[in-house]
Design a protein around this ligand. Structure first.
Ligand SMILES: Cc1ncc(COP(=O)(O)O)c(C=O)c1O
Length: 350
């Protein structure tokens, strides 16, 4: 079910590359997907919503935290397709929140898209709770379709298999071969889809997932489970791919939904060098990881690294105090004022 305009742009980040003194860095702008203010879940929803419509659903049902990007994108897709959207909202997963957190950002957008919310607890079993709500909706005469937490299922993961195909086509026109893709990883469907897609195309692109859940074992297990399921559809060597998975675990800021100084500094760096807005929960942690990996000389000078912007910027409005705080301002911000940060590369480089 087409929901976006494809391909999303792949743009060089020349000022960031120069500022970091690292390899060539580009950004894949999945934050610009037109539906619902963008984000990676729209790719999954093209497949999930097709399933919902072929099941003749009139309501989609999903779960997520108050500031869930996934929920916002599900609500937007439902509105676009004329379906109702019911959300089991989890208020007790992220406990340290700012005033306004529960009303603004993604939550505000979800209500504008017409979703209705009922509370559930993070201690509950999400699939069981969704099944119980679906049963109740059926008794009310509705035809619900359950979108899994984070849109993460075999069907959802196909969205990023297709993104790998889209990227491979874009890579063909680049003079410096792409060696790495770096992105935020939570439920695992984005990484599993990309890894499977590049493997199926026989492309030697290393996909680096950045754990944003502070749950390295859980993230690895979820990506692995989805790769095993994808094997049944596209015949990849899932066990080899699982053994080679790269998941960075030092950038989660210690908990889901919280950010640390490195996250905030990375958000400021991307905003000031490239006019890109990353968020404190997901994409900002991926940006922090990329910046630190460049500093640690993890990449070779001839590498070409793609930072996949998975979206999430509406959440910045729920983290205003954090993003204004001087604590997030570190030496990397000071470097913005230096000659290197101000340098202007020749435009149109590839
Ligand atoms: C902005 C953003 N980036 C990254 C992710 C992580 O993607 P995945 O759940 O497929 O691992 C999410 C998931 O909600 C997200 O909202």
């Amino acid at each position: 079910m087409p929901l976006g305009h494809w391909p999303t742009p792949l743009e060089p980040l020349a000022r960031l590359s120069i500022a970091l003194g690292g390899p060539l860095i580009s950004v894949k702008r999945d934050d610009t997907i037109s539906l619902g203010m963008g984000g990676n879940k729209v790719r999954a929803l093209e497949y999930l919503m097709a399933e919902a419509l072929s099941a003749d659903a009139d309501t989609v049902l999903t779960a997520g935290v108050v500031q869930s990007n996934s929920v916002r994108q599900v609500a937007a897709a439902a509105a676009k397709l004329g379906l109702d959207c019911v959300v089991a909202v989890i208020r007790d997963r992220v406990l340290q929140v700012e005033p306004g957190y529960a009303q603004t950002g993604n939550f505000l957008l979800g209500t504008l898209y017409g979703a209705t919310y009922e509370d559930m607890s993070w201690s509950e079993n999400v699939p069981q709770r969704l099944a119980a709500i679906a049963e109740r909706l059926r008794r009310q005469g509705l035809r619900p379709y359950i979108v899994p937490y984070g849109c993460a299922s075999l069907t959802g993961a196909i969205g990023y298999v297709r993104a790998a195909i889209e990227l491979a086509k874009q890579f063909a026109s680049m003079t410096t071969p792409v060696t790495h893709v770096v992105h935020a990883c939570g439920t695992g469907a984005t990484q599993a889809g990309l890894v499977a897609g590049f493997a199926a195309l026989d492309r030697p692109v290393k996909v680096i997932g950045v754990d944003i859940d502070a749950d390295p074992a859980g993230v690895r297990r979820r990506v692995g489970d989805l790769l095993r399921q994808l094997r049944q559809v596209i015949g990849i060597e899932s066990e080899v791919l699982i053994a080679e998975l790269q998941i960075e675990t030092d950038y989660s800021a210690g908990a889901y939904g919280t950010a640390d100084q490195a996250t905030v500094a990375a958000i400021r760096t991307l905003a000031r060098t490239e006019s890109l807005i990353f968020d404190p929960v997901y994409s900002g942690k991926a940006a922090a990881a990329l910046i630190e990996l460049v500093r640690q000389r993890f990449f070779q000078p001839e590498d070409h690294v793609v930072l996949l912007h998975t979206g999430g910027s509406p959440a910045i409005y729920a983290y205003q105090a954090l993003l204004r705080s001087p604590e997030g301002s570190t030496a990397s911000d000071d470097r913005c004022a230096s000659a290197a940060w101000r340098s202007r590369p020749p435009y149109g480089h590839s």
